[in-house]
Design a protein around this ligand. Structure first.
Ligand SMILES: [Zn+2]
Length: 473
């Protein structure tokens, strides 16, 4: 959170044309029809009446102006049988209960997913960045505005539903990431989907990239979508179609801060300067174009939807304190050791451990497999690159390696939406957890990360639950 979703969709379905693989299902069937629609709605907070606390770095950072509007962007996908809505919001994160409210207002969808880009230059939507330790930075009226904005974006995308074909491209762009925490493991897959109408015209792009939108740094006071703003602006202008950007794997920790970014003439650009963030967006956009240049047709139907609520024990003392102070509002459950079930609790008795309720998901859209992870997962856990052997300084060097998220996805193409339907903070491999001396890598102090994680059991429980979900257990 100091600094911090989505991939997937495509289709190959020409409603009017015979589609060979459908023929195998026997005669007389209506061909499954892939359709997609795009929508967007402004969710910029009003300035002037109430203070707007910017999220992501220190407390009490007040917004003084608006550089570019914050957006809720959405796609709706249909396979002829079911509809799926996926939205991306230019926010630091949304808690699960807010997403549940949005879902309650969008009946008629087999799945509604809301992923935050993890923007560090928008309003506090979690409660941690108010004026002081005792006051939340969240304006409940603004959360309602976000709810309404996401619904408006989804409804617009729904009205825009039309038959389309899809292609998918992927490039590795390690040069566009800095990993600010050891060990050095990056998730550098940039995934792009392009949708074309049956008339051959470009309908829209979906981009999934894995970085913290925090390029403007902790001194900025202008509301902006940060690097998502500049990436979307570049691609929209070049391609003349809607662009939806999803944030994927950002833990571990993926950032542009401390990275050199140069302009076209090779002059380094300064953090806090919009020219730098604009340039970074241009570079991501150009990488996306490289991916598109080699993109392949992809089939996005039929849809298989898997999701389950899970419970994770709350070990983080800072979060527990924030809860007690009423800064972080969220229903508590009593932890009983079962990741699948827990009872709500209002009063905490001695020695009772709390847990939170969140959700994991997997969407198999034809040849594209999408993991939906409710926080900032470390690349190690997505790609199966957990440190082995562990550093002897680690707090739990004997912890088993968690089952990797991408190893559970079986379709040809893989994508990940981070901060999906929730923001539970960092999801850290247990054997890389390091808050006690001696510290890993010979360091004198602990690295940044654990203070924004629910606890050391998060990754083992979540990754095992995801494996069970994907296997249909
Ligand atoms: Zn973060």
């Amino acid at each position: 959170m100091k600094s911090a979703l989505l991939p997937w969709a495509i289709a190959m379905v020409l409603s009017a044309l015979p589609v060979p693989w459908l023929g195998e299902r026997g005669g007389g069937q209506t061909p499954a029809q892939f359709r997609i629609g795009f929508g967007a709605h402004d969710i910029t907070p009003a300035l002037g009446k109430k203070p707007v606390y910017l999220a992501g770095f220190g407390k009490n950072r007040l917004a003084k102006g608006i550089h570019d509007p914050l957006m809720a962007r959405a796609i709706v996908l249909a396979d002829g049988d079911k509809k799926i809505a996926l939205a991306s919001v230019d926010l630091v994160g949304l808690f699960f209960p807010v997403v549940e409210k949005i879902r309650g207002r969008l009946p008629g969808y087999a799945y509604v997913g809301v992923s935050s880009t993890h923007n560090h230059q928008g309003p506090d939507t979690l409660g941690l960045w108010g004026p002081n330790l005792f006051q939340s930075g969240v304006d409940p009226a603004y959360l309602k505005q976000v709810e309404d904005g996401v619904i408006a974006a989804v409804e617009q995308a729904d009205r825009d539903l039309r038959g389309a074909t899809a292609k998918i491209g992927l490039v590795q762009a390690p040069e566009l990431l800095r990993d600010s925490r050891e060990p050095q493991v990056k998730h550098d897959d940039l995934v792009v989907l392009q949708f074309d109408g049956v008339d051959g015209k470009k309908r829209g792009l979906v981009v999934q990239w894995n970085n913290h939108p925090e390029d403007l740094g902790d001194k900025n006071t202008q509301i902006t979508g940060d690097l998502v703003w500049s990436t979307v602006a570049y691609l929209q202008e070049k391609h003349g179609c809607p662009v939806v950007y999803f944030t994927g794997t950002v833990g571990g920790l993926m950032t542009t801060l401390g990275m050199e970014i140069k302009d076209e003439r090779g002059t380094p650009l300064k953090t806090g300067d919009f020219a730098r963030t604009r340039r970074y967006g241009q570079l991501v956009g150009q990488a996306a174009e490289k991916a598109l240049a080699q993109a392949k047709p992809v089939v996005l139907t039929p849809f298989l939807i898997q999701r389950r609520a899970i419970f994770l024990p709350l070990d983080n003392q800072f979060y527990l304190l924030a809860r007690k102070l009423g800064v972080m509002e969220r229903e508590a459950f009593r932890w009983n050791g079962d990741v699948w079930h827990a009872e709500p609790t209002t009063e905490l008795k001695e020695n009772q451990q709390l847990c939170l309720k969140t959700e994991i998901g997997r969407l198999r859209l034809g040849e594209v497999d999408v993991a939906l992870i409710p926080g900032e997962i470390y690349p190690e856990l997505v790609l199966g690159k957990v440190q082995d052997p562990p550093d002897p300084g680690a707090d739990f060097p004997d912890a088993p390696i968690e089952p990797a998220i991408y190893a559970q996805l079986t379709a040809k193409y893989k994508m990940i939406l981070g901060l999906a339907n929730d923001e539970i903070g960092y999801i850290i491999p247990k054997r890389q957890w390091d808050v006690r001396a001696p510290f890993c890598y010979g360091r004198k102090r602990a690295q940044y990360g654990e203070e924004n994680s629910v606890g050391p059991e998060t990754a083992p429980l979540l990754c095992a639950a995801f494996r069970a979900l994907a296997k249909g257990q």
